[in-house]
Structure formats: C-alpha cells, structure tokens
Design a binder for this molecule. Structure first.
Ligand SMILES: Nc1ncnc2c1ncn2[C@@H]1O[C@H](COP(=O)(O)OP(=O)(O)OP(=O)(O)O)[C@@H](O)[C@H]1O
Ligand SMILES: [Mg+2]
Length: 291
C-alpha cells in the first residue's frame, strides 16, 4: 500500500479548518512489522523537566522506536527542545535544569549514577536548528569527532563514507580543504549531519533542522532522513506540519497547560495523528487552527 492520504481530505466533513492540505507518505507504515522493527530504543517514563522551580515539561511517557522517524510537534514554548535535549543529556549543561523520572536508552537508565553524559552524547547525536559547522575545513569537521574518540581506522575513508551518507560528497569532494563555513546553508546542515554520523551514534536528534533552509535544501534533508533511518533512529522537532506528515513514521503532539508546563497530548502513527487524531487539541493543531 502506498496511500497518499490527504489530511485535509479526510477532515473535510469537519468543515472550516482552513489549514494547509497535508500529504502523508505512508509507504511503509501501518503494515505488519517484525518485532525487530518495532523495538523500543528510547523510553521516557513519567519525565518532568525543570528550570529552577519552573516545570517546563511534565509527566511525559513516550517510546521511540528503532529505525523509525519520530516527529515531535507542538506550539512554541511547550518544551519540545527541552525534552529532546533531555534524551542526550545536553540540558545538563544548563545549570538551573534538572529532570525527574526515567529515561531509558536500550533499557539503560541515562540518569543513573555513574553514567557519563559525554558517552551518552556519543550514542545520541544532535543536529541543531542553525547549521553550526566548526570553523575548520570540511574534512576536519567530519574527522574531528572520530579523532577525539580515538578512531583507529582510515580517517580519509571514514570522512568520505560519512559525507556520502549525508548526500554531500559530490558537492564537497573537491573542497575538503576549504572551510565548512564557506558552504551553503543546506550544505552546512548536511555537513553537520555527516559530522554527527561520523561517530556512529545510535540515535540522531534533530531540532528544527530545516527551519533555516530553503525548500530544496529542506527536501534534500528529508530524503536524507529517509535514507538514514535504515541505520539510525531519528527524532525530529519540527514546526512544519507538512514535514512531520511527509517525513515521520510516528508523531508525538505536545502542548502546554495554564501553568505553561508542556505535556504530551497524543502519540501514535503519523498517519493516524494527522488524519484521525483522538484528541481535539491535536485536531486543532494539525489542522492549523491553533499554535
Ligand atoms: N535555558 C533555559 N532556562 C530557563 N528556561 C528555559 C530554558 N530553555 C527553555 N526554557 C523554558 O522552558 C520552556 C520550554 O522551552 P523549549 O525551548 O523547550 O520549548 P520549545 O517547544 O522547543 O519552543 P520552540 O518551538 O519555540 O523552540 C519555555 O517556557 C522556555 O522559556
Ligand atoms: Mg525549540
């Protein structure tokens, strides 16, 4: 089945959404998947995140499935980035931050005593909103992480492989000695993805990775994500409903309460969230009536 469902079409009876027509690619969704394909890699159990005494995120229970793309959507300020950065302990770098609850990576409690946050960040890579290559050559950008991790193999090979996997090799193979900062925005973002996969993480977190990119570069990143999920598990935060609908398998919708604490309203197969949400808040958000 390759049902190209249009969320707008499915919602027609409800009338006046006025929201954009959203195409959902369901090429490999909703069908029987083997046990290995539905393996949980990350599980959050009753996770709350605080900045000082302010509770930014409350009581989150979610599961992230191996080698699938999970989209995290919701209005600005509902805690998507906070939650994402909790998964690789990036928020530990914020002094006022602390989390409660349990975050499991392959069943291991990431906040347990003795767990090294740097090791966690190696296993759970991150790509940011604004492409942020190091002020170094293209080659160095990719080789840097493996080098500091003591990579023993052939670095030239690894750099080429990572750039190929990030669909950037053809663009930069003659520019390896040039600054990464001299590339276009879309190329810089793919360089950051190459840098991330060069250290061979299990999971790649992406926080609005396309928001600074033009439509063509955005599409390239989405195509790249579809390729990468053969080997990696991806969690992406996006404000772009079309992107969530097109690119993800699973969607988690968050919003926030009167106390400004973000919480998960609904999570499930992307096709269901966009065409037949269980919760009115989700319906309002994905149809563009709110947020
Ligand atoms: N470093 C910080 N210190 C204090 N409060 C913070 C910090 N980072 C985020 N917050 C607060 O936590 C809440 C959630 O912020 P977060 O950035 O996670 O939201 P978001 O859903 O990613 O928003 P956006 O869609 O605008 O990126 C907000 O109220 C924000 O002001
Ligand atoms: Mg954010």
């Amino acid at each position: 089945m390759n049902a190209q469902l249009s969320a707008a079409r499915v919602r027609e009876p409800s009338g006046d959404s006025g929201g954009p027509s959203i195409r959902i690619s369901t090429s490999d969704r909703g069908e029987d998947r083997s046990a290995a394909e539905t393996e949980t890699v990350v599980e959050l159990k009753n996770v709350s995140c605080f900045y000082g005494s302010f509770r930014a995120v409350r009581n989150v229970d979610i599961k992230v499935t191996k080698q699938r793309i999970t989209a995290l959507i919701g209005p600005s300020g509902c805690g998507k980035s906070t939650l994402l950065r909790t998964i690789n302990r990036m928020n530990d770098l914020v002094p006022s931050y602390h989390a409660e609850g349990t975050v499991l990576l392959d069943g291991q409690d990431l906040f347990a005593r003795g767990v090294d946050p740097v090791a966690v960040r190696r296993r759970v890579g991150m790509v940011f909103q604004k492409p942020n290559p190091f002020p170094k050559t293209v080659w160095e950008n990719v080789a840097f992480g493996p080098k500091i991790n003591g990579y023993q193999g052939d670095l030239n090979e690894l750099v080429e492989k990572s750039l190929r996997r990030a669909a950037l090799w053809d663009d930069v193979k003659d520019k390896l000695k040039q600054s990464g900062m001299a590339l276009s925005g879309g190329q810089q973002q793919r360089l950051c993805i190459a840098r991330t996969i060069a250290v061979n993480p299990e999971i790649i977190l992406m926080d609005e990775p396309c928001s600074a990119l033009d439509p063509r570069s955005t599409l390239q990143i989405e195509e790249l994500m579809a390729e990468l999920k053969k080997d990696y598990t991806i969690v992406i935060v996006t404000h772009n409903m079309q992107q969530a609908a097109r690119a993800s398998d699973t969607t988690i919708f968050m919003t926030m309460g009167d106390d400004r604490a973000g919480y998960v309203v609904e999570q499930g197969e992307t096709v269901g969230i966009f065409t037949n949400p269980r919760n009115q808040l989700t319906e309002d958000y994905v149809s563009g009536r709110f947020g």
